[in-house]
Design a protein around this ligand. Structure first.
Ligand SMILES: [Zn+2]
Length: 167
């Protein structure tokens, strides 16, 4: 890895360690989904959260960047809400009184994808990712039933991670 360093009389390149950029298949697929959703003329996309993380080990430092998005679109005929990776799609025609519960539900799925990565697809057979009961006016009941990553759980997936090896 070469690093540009400012010195008294200009810049110089320092060769040390190596840099690794992690932007895997899930990141590519979720970004492609987001790009497709941007093409829907009646839809709107907003940033839901932006998670920044820093991991420091004895031999490396890595920075994680994980944005999540919510897309409101006319998806009549499809499920009211869906989530893949860091992208949530909700039917824009859902009444305002029901929308908070739907967003809460899909936001929990965002946590699932971040915590489990591609294993989310198979985890549904082991963990309770979907609730058995839904109260449209109160999301707390279903959120209590839906699996939540325990505190300290090592996230399996981060949308973009830049790792700099010190050695
Ligand atoms: Zn669900």
């Amino acid at each position: 890895m070469r690093v540009k360093v400012k010195v008294d009389n200009g810049w110089c390149w320092v060769y040390n360690g190596s840099m690794k950029i992690e932007f895997g298949l899930m990141s590519i697929l979720s970004t492609a989904l987001l790009a497709i959703l941007m093409l829907i003329p009646t839809g709107s996309i907003s940033i839901n959260t932006i998670d920044l993380s820093v991991r420091i080990n004895s031999d490396s430092v890595s920075l994680g960047f994980h944005p999540t998005f919510i897309c409101h679109a006319d998806t009549d005929g499809l499920p009211l809400g869906a989530c893949f990776g860091n992208v949530v799609i909700v039917n824009a025609n859902v009444p305002d009184t029901h929308m908070p519960r739907l967003i809460d539900h899909e936001s929990r799925h965002l946590e699932h994808w971040k915590a489990l990565g591609e294993f989310t697809w198979v985890a549904r057979y082991i963990l309770t990712l979907e609730p058995s009961y839904v109260d449209w006016r109160n999301s707390s009941i279903e959120l209590a039933e839906m699996w939540k990553p325990p505190h300290g759980w090592p996230d399996r997936w981060c949308w973009l991670r830049v790792k700099y090896c010190l050695i």
